[in-house]
Design a protein around this ligand. Structure first.
Ligand SMILES: Cc1ncc(COP(=O)(O)OP(=O)(O)O)c(N)n1
Ligand SMILES: Cc1nc(C(=O)O)sc1CCOP(=O)(O)O
Ligand SMILES: [Mg+2]
Length: 321
């Protein structure tokens, strides 16, 4: 493993059924290249032989990138390939048994669906917990969604690393992060996407933007994350974004062009980040701005030019903890 595994933010899990035409290793390598920083082998109903072969191959891949490998359900496979850890659900091998077998250094993750289960896993010595399913998901059909209210409880009361999971997509991840998640796990949204690397990069942009907002508004402690909210840009149409910029702009250019703001394509005539903030009515707000994957310091907003195709994440921090 490279960096401290506890710093992971984006957890990717295998699910070959979502990419029947593509090789599992190729998809997972793309996910890692895009920013997935922990990987789980999950293959329900596979034979031990099949699991072992996949686990060996994934072990080699993840070792090459210094990314931790977790094996779902199968402690023998985890041991056989020297995985970094294993993940168990409420009905799987009990935590105490898993710890006895895997030893003190293994990363053991436990699925939880309520705060009570989370606190029990924490007391029992889990290294991290899954918090979910946040939304209904076809990857685990029939499971009742715990909603973002459990995410908020976890943010307030869980001390060990925890990861939000279940139905998380680029379309709803901001809501999960706004509820206080700082790590997310996605299966279908990553491995079922056309371009897993691009999808992971997009998840990372949002994770980083929320982390920066939490830090900016509350110092190093990260307190008050649960109050982080994305800037309210959803209701603004191109008219709003072009406000104050009709006709030629100061530098002689005219017209509008397309940018993506918090995942939404917009037409704007704003030539700089400052102009865009103004057009959005966000002047004076506690904001973190990410432009094409880079956080832009407030003092550089006026100089930060926007071009056609620019991708922006605007995170509005709305309170302390
Ligand atoms: C990170 C993470 N969280 C939750 C789960 C689900 O585990 P479990 O409840 O045991 O269900 P199965 O995955 O075994 O069907 C997970 N695998 N990973
Ligand atoms: C494997 C799993 N465990 C969950 C839990 O809540 O414990 S939700 C889930 C499925 C996550 O897949 P997707 O990102 O495609 O919804
Ligand atoms: Mg399980």
């Amino acid at each position: 493993m490279g960096k401290n595994w506890r710093d992971f933010k984006l957890y990717a899990i295998t699910a070959a059924n979502y990419h029947p035409e593509r090789d599992m290793l190729e998809v997972m390598e793309q996910a890692i290249l895009g920013g997935a920083d922990i990987v789980q082998l999950r293959k329900k109903d596979a034979s031990k032989e099949e699991l072992l072969a996949d686990a060996r191959a994934l072990r080699a891949l993840t070792a090459r990138y210094g990314v931790p490998l977790i094996i779902n359900d199968h402690i023998d496979i985890a041991l056989a390939v020297g995985a970094d850890g294993a993940h168990f659900g409420q009905d799987d091998l009990p935590l105490a048994e898993a710890r006895r077998i895997l030893g003190p250094d293994a990363i053991i993750g436990i699925s939880t669906h309520s705060l009570e289960q989370a606190l029990a896993a924490e007391r029992g010595g889990a290294d991290y917990i899954g918090v979910g399913p946040v939304y209904p998901t076809g990857t685990k059909p029939g499971r009742t969604a715990v909603t973002t209210s459990y995410v908020r409880e976890a943010a307030a009361q869980v001390s060990i690393p925890w990861v939000a999971i279940g139905g998380i997509t680029l379309g709803n991840v901001d809501e999960v992060l706004a509820a206080g998640a700082t790590r997310i796990c996605a299966v279908s949204a990553i491995v079922g996407s056309e371009d897993p690397a691009k999808t992971c990069r997009a998840f990372r942009v949002r994770l980083d933007a929320f982390a920066a907002a939490a830090k900016g508004a509350d110092g190093e402690s990260g307190r008050g994350r649960a109050q982080a909210e994305t800037a309210v840009v959803g209701g603004l149409g191109s008219e709003d974004l072009s406000a104050g910029h009709e006709g030629d702009s100061a530098d002689g250019r005219s017209g509008t062009f397309a940018v993506t703001v918090n995942g939404r394509r917009e037409e704007t005539s704003a030539r700089t980040v400052s102009e865009l903030i103004e057009a959005l009515g966000l002047v004076g707000k506690s904001l973190v701005v990410e432009l094409n994957g880079e956080i832009i310091a407030r003092e550089s907003w006026a100089a930060a030019g926007l071009a056609d195709g620019a991708v922006l994440e605007l995170v509005h921090f709305v309170g302390g903890g």
